[in-house]
Each structure stands twice: as structure tokens, then as C-alpha cells.
Design a binder for this molecule. Structure first.
Ligand code: ADP
Ligand code: MG
Length: 737
């Protein structure tokens, strides 16, 4: 990556952690998704605790996280009374000369004995934990502790973790507690952060001092230091403000340059014909377009008629009919003698799109074969799992222009597919701004294709504006007539086990009248999560076995998840689509776009593990074929958590936009990119779109000004910000495709 960065700061931030910390440590950090210096520096403490330096027993407050140095004034063990497995209690009275505190350990007798032995060996100890109230008295339960001798040396064998804990809390007034893993506890993360800070020390701040002081933000190194070696909470917060601002500004600067680029680029203009493919298609459409579809269609045709590349985001509920809108735009493009490509996030979806475009087009999409209409074009599919011969044929048709409509995965653009004359790129179910489009922009100097991005994740308008600043937004709000209601019910399986059995019966009923059902599971294989007695393990593999041998015995069951080979996935999906399977037990691979109109029922296991938008998306897979749908949200929880309130909200509303607002409000960090819902990493790392809307707007103004002043990226700082944002967007992209 030599030569990628123009400033020392960005170069150092991009250093792999292995180079600074050594390979074994770096490996343990990878589990936390920390790979580069920047990742670790941006790994923010969840909270701060007061170190021993500043903590006195007399001044403790309930709820506080503290580390304190104290003597054990008194220790009483209360052995377990009951039979096997019952737990006893060890109670200590701690003192430091200023006050007292009760500390309690619970456990089996042999653990109590072990702790008792440990605790009595030193003259004093360091105790780390949270202050709670019990019977009106302050206490700590299960503190982490180490015992010290009269010289302050740790007594007995202390592992690395305990040693670094003791070091840190006794050295500092304030200690960051990081999100950690068992292999990489917070104390070691803090030590790593220390080492990395050494590397960054003395690096020049790439942000001009004048701007920084105007914004009242700390200097680059200072920001990191105040977060990871905190002197005060206020300073740490200011440090985070600086990081957030950097992130917001990078994003906005990148978008400002892109808007500039787009404005400077020329696209081929599309002239609408009354005698072409589009007209023929409209005429034979088996349904009437909704008003929304017509309206958005006009917006798109107006864009396509310009010589500036269209950059439009089309959002609409699952089932709102985005595909038809996109297809009409593609046909207009073909009518003008150019090609259009439709990109889907997965091969399964690409194949589905291919099939549905072909069936919508009929002989209009079969190419210039004997007897075909004059305008007919060819629709081709390009995927990685095709045979070499199929692929060669498709690529040839793309290169010589016979294929007017090309369907593939996002990967298509990064490959060396040569188009005869590509005029329009449609990206389906992609929530991020146009990374793919940029790839094409860079590869073509003369004419740039128009871009239409489609998403079913409803994004409140205000947010779409700030985040997708370089896209214009169209929205399909109504659902085509004939779409049926999906009756959604929460099934509290733990509280009412009978209901889950009833759910399986309900599937049998649907199947008996010729319908099909999805059973969605939160994971492929079982993990350590405990399953309540008498209920089935909700992983795909376990549940499939349970259902096949039990409640759904005799039905034709299939399994679909991401670990299956591509061919197997495709054939299972095809079997389900054609009705050769009754029930598909699957992970959320079916979340996006899968269209099987005959599927009328969905059971979502561990529904409380999913986010609101995701549940809504999943539910959109049923009720598509003119039959009323049923969606059962199964939870094993006790019915009292935030997650349960989410389920209630999903059951109560079918309006995706309304749900999106609820979602944002509930989480207050609505990750509109959907990645946090499925555990991935997002382009926006620290920023929360809702909370930080103001920051995004402010930084957008600053970005506009900076970019207007420096249109050619003469500034190393601006150049590095753009590189940084784009690399990260690419990384996100690769991770997800
Ligand atoms: P989306 O991609 O927005 O989730 P689709 O484009 O896949 O939705 O449309 C869902 C289904 O509705 C498809 O089977 C499609 O043919 C059908 N459809 C689209 N527009 C209409 C309409 N105006 N009237 C009736 N059915 C429609
Ligand atoms: Mg779709």
C-alpha cells in the first residue's frame, strides 16, 4: 500500500496491528474486528471506571464502576444449605480507612473455600466492580480482585489479565472499560492501546489548525490520548467528538467530490419512443401500474433524458413493485440502443431477477429469434456458478450488444465484463452509496452510465438526505392492489408452549390447501445459547431434524443457508419456487427479494434476535400471491424486554416507514444500513445517523466549502479523507458480497 496515503497520520492509522503488537496479539484482536491501528484507536471504552488513585470508600455512589484499594476487615462464609448444586455465600467487609463496603461472592462451597484462601493471603487488595445497593447498604458483588503484600506486589500466581488490571487501576485515576472477549480482556486492550498511542505520538494533525480551533476540537493525537488514557470524562468525550467529526467530514467530503464528478460527467441521453420495447411492454403488462409506479417512472425518464448521469435511490416497501419500475427504465435504455444491467446482492437473487424479468418480458426478452417481435432484446444472466460455456455465451452477447439487459451480482462490475454500450446500472437491495458505480466511473472516461439504486429498507427522508447526500430519492409508498394482508402474531413459546405446536399445525393446514411456508432461523447450527426445556433448538440444522421427524413429518422440507454450495442453494430455491418443496427451513438468506407468490406463511424463530426492519423485510416474503399471509414471530423470551416491544410493534403495523421510525427511536442509533442488525460492520463507524444528523449537516457545509476551494484535491488531507472513506466502503462491500 506504499504511496496510497499522502499524510503521515493516515499512513500510521492504516498500519496493521500485527506490526505494532505482534502477530499473536493481533490475532486475538481480530475477533473484535480490530485489524489496523485506526480500528483499535476507534474501539471506544464502553464506560470509564474510577481507578484506585481517586476512589475512597466513603464517597461511593450506587451504580458507579470503581476500582479500589482496601483491606479485608472481616470475612464470613455461609455454606450452601440445600442439596447438590446449591450455592453458598462469602461475605467480606472491606475498609480503606475512610469507610466500609460490603462485598459478596456466591458459589459452590469449593469455590468459596478457594476465594477465602486467596483473599486472606494479602494485606490488602484491589477490588474492581460495580457498586450496587442491597438491603439499603452499598455493596459489590463478585468484584474482580488481586491481593497485594505490604510492598504492593501481587500475592500468589496472577495471570496476565490480573496483572494488567492491577497495573492499570493503580496507575490511573480513570480507566476505560472496553468491549472485550475472553481471549482479549479489557485490561489487555488498554495495554495494546497504550502501545499504539506511542506509535501515533508526534504525528502532525492533518486537519488545518485554523479549522480545528474554530470547531473547538482537540488535536489528532490528543483526541486519541484523551480517549484511551483518560484524564477526565469531559476530555474523553471531546476526543470522541473529534473522531466523529473526522468521520462525518470524510464522508461528506467524499460525497461532495462525487457530486462534483457526477456533475462533470456526461451520460448518454435517452429519448422515449412510442414504438419501442417499452411501449410494447407497457401494453402487455398484466396489471395496471400504481400511481406511485407511474410517478416514479416519470421522474426516472426525466433523469434519463438528461446528459448528466442519473443518481437516484428508489426506496419502497418489499412488494411495492420496484422491479417493474426498474425494468421500464431498462427498456427505455434499450430502446435508445444501449444496455442496462441489474445487479443483485446474491447469486440466488440474481437468478430470481433473471427469471422474473424473463417472464415479465415474455418473447420481448428472447432476443432476435425467429418469430420474435422486431424490438426484442436478449436478457442474459452472468453468475460465478455458471458453466464456462454458459458464461462465455453470455459475455459474448454482452460484448456485441445482442444482450440489452444483463442480470448479475454486484461482482459483475469489478470483473472484466466488456459492454457494447452500457447506459444504465440498476443496483437492487443495496443500502449504501454507489461504490460499484464509482468503479465504473473510473473505468470509463467518456460516457458514464445512469445509476438507479433500489432499497426496501425504509429510510426516513430526513436521514436519507443527510446520508445519501449524493443520491436523489424516490419513494414508492403504496403496495399494488391484490397484495394481501399479512396477519402477524407474536408466539411466546416459553410462556405458552402449546402455541408453538399450534404454529406447526398451522403450517400443515396451509400446505394442505396447496400453499408453502418459510421457517426462518437465527443461525445455521446450534450454539451455546440455552434453549428452554421442551422447546426445539431454533437453529436451521436442529430445527429441520426436529420438524422432519416430528410436527412436519411427511411434508417436503428443504434447507437453505449461506454455508451450502452455490449450486445446492440454487436448486433448493428453485425446488421451493416451483412447488416441489412445501416448507423451507432457512436463515435470513431469504430476507431480500425472494419471490415465491405461493408462500403464504412464515414462522420466524427467535424473532427477538432480529431488528424491526429485518423482521418487516422477512415478513414481506409472504402474502405476495393474492392469498392472505400469516407471520408468526416466535420468541423464547419472557416477554418483558425491549426486543419483545419490538415484536409487538412489528405485529401491530404493516407500514415500513412507521416501523423504521419506531426502530430508530427505540435504538436511538438506527443503523439504516442494516448491517448492525446482522452483526456486520458499517461504513459509518461512530456516527449514529439520527443522533448525529446535526453533525452530518454541519460537516456537509464545511465539506462543500473545502471542496469548492480545492476541486483537484491538492490538499493531502482532503485526498486522504476520500481514500479512507472509499477504502472503507469497499471493505464493507466486499465483506457483504
Ligand atoms: P419489490 O422488488 O419492490 O419488493 P417486486 O417488484 O418484486 O417488488 O413486485 C412484487 C410483485 O408484485 C411482483 O410479482 C410484481 O410482478 C407484482 N407487481 C408489481 N407491480 C404491480 C402492480 N402495479 N399491480 C399488481 N402487481 C404488481
Ligand atoms: Mg425486489
Amino acid at each position: 500500500m506504499v504511496g496510497l496515503w499522502r499524510t503521515e497520520a493516515y499512513r500510521r492509522l492504516a498500519t496493521p496491528l500485527a506490526e505494532v503488537l505482534g502477530a499473536p496479539t493481533a490475532k486475538a484482536l481480530v475477533l473484535l474486528k480490530l485489524e489496523r491501528v485506526e480500528d483499535l484507536m476507534g474501539h471506544l471504552p464502553r464506560r470509564y471506571l474510577s481507578g484506585t488513585e481517586t476512589t475512597e470508600l466513603s464517597g461511593l455512589e450506587p451504580g458507579e464502576d470503581v476500582a479500589l484499594v482496601a483491606q479485608v476487615a472481616n470475612m464470613v462464609a455461609h455454606p450452601a444449605h440445600g442439596g447438590r448444586g446449591s450455592r453458598g455465600r462469602l461475605e467480606l467487609r472491606l475498609t480503606d480507612g475512610t469507610g466500609h463496603l460490603r462485598a459478596t461472592f456466591f458459589g459452590k462451597d469449593r469455590y468459596l473455600k478457594f476465594w477465602q484462601l486467596q483473599l486472606s493471603r494479602g494485606v490488602k487488595g484491589i477490588f474492581v466492580g460495580k457498586i450496587s445497593v442491597f438491603n439499603g447498604e452499598l455493596q459489590m458483588s463478585h468484584p474482580n480482585f488481586v491481593m497485594l503484600d505490604e510492598h504492593g506486589t501481587i500475592v500468589g500466581r496472577a495471570d496476565e489479565t490480573k496483572t494488567s488490571m492491577a497495573n492499570r487501576v493503580s496507575r490511573s485515576g480513570l480507566v476505560g472499560i472496553y468491549p472485550a472477549t475472553s481471549k482479549m480482556p479489557t485490561w489487555q486492550i488498554a495495554e495494546c492501546a497504550d502501545l499504539v498511542l506511542e506509535l501515533l505520538k508526534g504525528t502532525d494533525d492533518p486537519m488545518p489548525a485554523e479549522l480545528r480551533s474554530r470547531l473547538g476540537l482537540p488535536e489528532f493525537y490528543e483526541a486519541y490520548e484523551s480517549i484511551h488514557r483518560p484524564e477526565s470524562i469531559e476530555a474523553a468525550e471531546l476526543g470522541v467528538d473529534r473522531l466523529k467529526f473526522d468521520e462525518a467530514l470524510s464522508l461528506q467530503v467524499t460525497m461532495a467530490y462525487r457530486r462534483r464528478d457526477a456533475a462533470n460527467h456526461t451520460a448518454a441521453s435517452v429519448t422515449r419512443r412510442s414504438d419501442g420495447l417499452l411501449a410494447a411492454f407497457d401494453q402487455r403488462l398484466p396489471f395496471t401500474l400504481t400511481d406511485g409506479q407511474v410517478e416514479v417512472g416519470e421522474e426516472i425518464f426525466a433523469d434519463l433524458a438528461r446528459t448528466r448521469p442519473m443518481q437516484r435511490l428508489l426506496q419502497g416497501e418489499v412488494g411495492s413493485g420496484k422491479t417493474v419500475v426498474a425494468l421500464r427504465a431498462m427498456l427505455a435504455e434499450v430502446d435508445s440502443g444501449r444496455q442496462a444491467v441489474l445487479l443483485a446482492p446474491t447469486e440466488v437473487l440474481a437468478a430470481q431477477h433473471f427469471e422474473s424479468l424473463r417472464s415479465l418480458l415474455g418473447d420481448l426478452g428472447e432476443g432476435q429469434v425467429l418469430g420474435a417481435p422486431d424490438d426484442a432484446t436478449e436478457v442474459v444472466l452472468v453468475t460465478g456458478s455458471q458453466s464456462a460455456a454458459q458464461r462465455r455465451a453470455a459475455l459474448a452477447a454482452i460484448a456485441d450488444g445482442r444482450a440489452g439487459i444483463i442480470v448479475g451480482t454486484h461482482a459483475l462490475l469489478s470483473e472484466t465484463v466488456s459492454f457494447a454500450d452500457l447506459g444504465l446500472i440498476v443496483v437492487d437491495e443495496q443500502h449504501r452509496f454507489g461504490v460499484e458505480q464509482r468503479a465504473v466511473l473510473q473505468s470509463r472516461a467518456d460516457l458514464v452510465p445512469h445509476l438507479l439504486v433500489m432499497t426496501a429498507t425504509p429510510i426516513p427522508r430526513s436521514i436519507a438526505m443527510t446520508v445519501f447526500g449524493d443520491l436523489e430519492v424516490s419513494t414508492l409508498r403504496e403496495i399494488p392492489a391484490g397484495r394481501q394482508d399479512v396477519q402477524t402474531t407474536v408466539v411466546q413459546a416459553k410462556l405458552r408452549p402449546g402455541w408453538l405446536d399450534r404454529a406447526w399445525e398451522r403450517i400443515r393446514e396451509e400446505v394442505s390447501i396447496g400453499r408453502q411456508a418459510f421457517v426462518v432461523c437465527p443461525r445455521i447450527s446450534s450454539n451455546d445459547e440455552p434453549v428452554p426445556d421442551g422447546l426445539p433448538d431454533p437453529s436451521v440444522e436442529a430445527l429441520y431434524e426436529y420438524l422432519a421427524d416430528g410436527p412436519l413429518a411427511g411434508l417436503r422440507l428443504g434447507v437453505l443457508h449461506g454455508r451450502l454450495a452455490g449450486g445446492e442453494k440454487d436448486s433448493t430455491m428453485a425446488a421451493f419456487a416451483s412447488g416441489d418443496l412445501d416448507v423451507l427451513v432457512a436463515t435470513t438468506v431469504i430476507e431480500v427479494g425472494v419471490d415465491v407468490p405461493n408462500a403464504s406463511m412464515m414462522v420466524i424463530m427467535d424473532a427477538d434476535h432480529f431488528g424491526i426492519s429485518q423482521l418487516h423485510q422477512l415478513r414481506g416474503r409472504v402474502g405476495r400471491g393474492g392469498y392472505p399471509g400469516v407471520c408468526l414471530l416466535v420468541t423464547y423470551s419472557d416477554g418483558t424486554t425491549d426486543a419483545d416491544r419490538r415484536l409487538a410493534a412489528v405485529a401491530a403495523s404493516r407500514d415500513g416507514f412507521e416501523l423504521a421510525e419506531v426502530d430508530l427511536e427505540q435504538r436511538r442509533e438506527g443503523d439504516v444500513f442494516g448491517a448492525s442488525q446482522s452483526g456486520g460492520r458499517t461504513t459509518l463507524k461512530l456516527l449514529r445517523v439520527l443522533d448525529d444528523a446535526e453533525l452530518l449537516t454541519e460537516s456537509r457545509e464545511i465539506a462543500e466549502m473545502l471542496v469548492a476551494r480545492d476541486p483537484d484535491k491538492a490538499s493531502d488531507w482532503l485526498a486522504d479523507m476520500v481514500t479512507h472513506t472509499e477504502l472503507r466502503a469497499d471493505a464493507d462491500f466486499l465483506e457483504r458480497s
